[in-house]
Write a protein that binds this ligand. Structure first.
Ligand SMILES: Nc1ncnc2c1ncn2[C@@H]1O[C@H](COP(=O)(O)OP(=O)(O)O)[C@@H](O)[C@H]1O
Ligand SMILES: [Mg+2]
Length: 250
């Protein structure tokens, strides 16, 4: 449902954020987009919502060729793709509920249906109890949940999250990733840009790695047997590597 073909993005400054990237992501996938700072992750995500056009190449989302999409269709595209930006862009003078209902109020949905929808999403995101608070009253993890909830308001087919665990401690980071996995399990395609190696290495998900704008690796989810040994003790590790050696000897 998402296809980048030979996509290059060069800025006016001459900086190339993406170089000849070709990748396809199917409906329902969960993909980690990784790479050091400056490798092109945010540019990749911004291209998918037509925040900008590629300098070269083609980008397909659903049945749309984004390089040919008329500007008038962009709002429609952005309802189908929810985005959580690094700076969450929450309105500080509005409550959590008001922040999330705002995009719905701009459509012609009736207010009762809108309210029900927002409360359902807040509940799914685990922050219904905070609905009448202002952003300043919430923790970093809770604010991340608010931003995710807002991105879900039009029931998008795709959810993009740009370093959603960037400013969070390890425990809270895992909770956020759990929420994204739950959303994915309900059918939404999720692309999460991150350089949280702990999370990436411990989940069996596809990992697309960028390096200085180029696609360095595209690793499909590994089978369970290849799982890292992080959870095991040194003793168990030793034992299992011995077993592996015995196997190869046979
Ligand atoms: N609007 C822009 N103008 C000029 N250069 C940019 C712009 N956005 C990003 N870049 C450059 O493109 C490269 C990739 O940036 P970015 O996509 O933000 O990477 P990441 O999200 O992986 O840190 C960097 O070298 C960055 O400086
Ligand atoms: Mg970035």
């Amino acid at each position: 449902m998402i296809r980048l073909e030979n996509v290059t993005k060069t800025f006016g400054t001459g900086a190339s954020a993406l170089i000849d990237v070709t990748v396809a992501i199917e409906k329902g996938e969960f993909v980690f987009l990784v790479g050091p700072s400056g490798s092109g992750k945010t540019t990749f995500l911004r291209l998918l919502i037509r925040d900008m056009l590629p300098s070269k190449g083609t980008i397909i989302v659903g049945d749309w060729d984004l390089t040919k999409l008329p500007n008038s269709k962009i709002p429609h595209l952005r309802k189908r793709i929810g985005v959580v930006f690094q700076d969450l862009k929450l309105l500080t003078d509005r409550t959590i509920l008001e922040n999330i209902i705002l995009p719905l109020e701009m459509t012609n949905i009736d207010s009762k249906t809108a309210l029900k929808k927002v409360e359902d999403i807040l509940s799914q995101a685990g922050i219904l109890e905070h609905k009448d608070k202002f952003p300043v009253q919430l923790s970093g993890g809770e604010l991340q949940r608010v931003a995710i909830a807002r991105a879900l308001v039009f029931s998008p087919e795709i959810l993009l999250a740009d370093e959603p665990t960037g400013n969070l401690d390890a425990t809270t980071s895992w909770e956020i990733v759990k929420l994204l996995q739950d959303i994915n399990a309900l059918g939404t395609t999720v692309i999460m840009a991150t350089h949280n190696t702990d999370i990436v290495n411990n989940l069996l998900k596809r990992v697309v790695t960028l390096s200085k704008g180029s696609l360095l690796k595209d690793e499909k989810p590994r089978p369970k047997a290849d799982q890292p040994l992080a959870e095991k003790s040194h003793h168990e590790k030793k034992e299992s590597s011995e077993k592996a050696e015995q196997k190869t000897e046979k």
